[in-house]
Design a protein around this ligand. Sequence first.
Ligand SMILES: *Cc1c(COP(=O)(O)O)cnc(C)c1O
Length: 417
Amino acid sequence: MHSQLGSISALKHIARRQAINVRKLISGLPVQVPSFGSMTLEKDDVALAQEQLAKPETWQDEEAITTYENTFANWNGSKAAFAFMGGRVALSAAIYALDLQPGDEVIIPGYTCVVVPNAFHYAGVDVTYADIELETYGLSAESFASRISPRTKAVLIHHLFGLVCRDYEQILAIARKHQIKVIEDCAHATGARFKGANVGNAGDVAFYSSELSKVFNTIKGGMAVTNDPALEKRLQIFKDEAPLYPAHATEKLLYNVAMNYYRSKHSQRWLMGDLYWLKHHRKEVISTTAAEIDGVKPQHYNSRMPAPVARLGLNQLQKIERFNNLRTKQAKKWDMWCDQNGYTKPLVLPDSQPVWLRYPVLVAPEKKRNTTWLLRELGIQAGVWFVSHLHPKAGHIADCPNCDIAVARCINLATLV
Ligand SMILES: *Cc1c(COP(=O)(O)O)cnc(C)c1O
């Protein structure tokens, strides 16, 4: 009975989606547009996931995880890497590694994903928000300096949309002067470079994400890295104490590789995505549930990565430069589009190589509220990271005027088309 009801509501959902396709066709709008996630999934990733599903006896293999971590660390130019089931979990590992305590304060940009402040809240660490700049959407060094208090133990900087943040060196210098630890949020910037090194190696500890909308994709996943032997030891302790992601959740995740391939990447995804989803929608993995957005720590949050996910990560890592090069080529086209249409291009910091996860542009607020114009003019959808200060949680943060502007006016364009 229950599952029948589920199928009926799934059918209704698909009927609604296909009705939208028909309406688009009639209005002369494109039915299929570049996706914002899972564009790096290819047939071999799908085959790899199917192969893992057929061989659960290989899921306990610790070596697959070590190989993935060591390959990532080597490729990234870091001393050590530790794999978890989310960038947010890798951030929690970083908070543990830095020994941040309840009552300590961290300064973070007031324009980020809600899972970032959540990780600090879970640890009892007080979060102070500082403003961003509007050239790369990174933390403003000036605002950071103005928020420092005797309780400030750490600062979190991010390289949003894959851009190396404008005030990188200045922030590192201020932090060093005040003995404040630096966490780098590289969730959007895996492989971005500055002065010959990958981002994430200049601060004390960094994390990366392989969630399905990020630079590379294991549906869910994250990596913590450091170059400091003492922090490496503590990351190891955190990982040793973290439970392994449960087998039933791993199985679900593996189904999502094919599901996301058919929904986001397949050349006939307008139909194939719905068909695959209809069959397997009960296994769909949700990146952030409503409860987590409200600050509830999810079950299995602290999990370390199981072997099948590490194998997917390793396979995706082989492709990362190829896809980042494609993104960079598309970004050059968006540069031209900006020049021709009077929009300001994002800043590429001298001596930096962004990875262009997305191409951010500031537009008039009404053009962010309703983005049909992009569909009509360019045949693409607009990404709206972030629609609020702590995306996707509603609400406002005081005294961050540039964050207000980004919330009202920043859209982003797909770079894998
Ligand atoms: C996605 C994201 C994270 C968290 O990464 P997950 O792998 O989804 O946990 C952290 N920071 C930013 C800016 C993000 O966009």
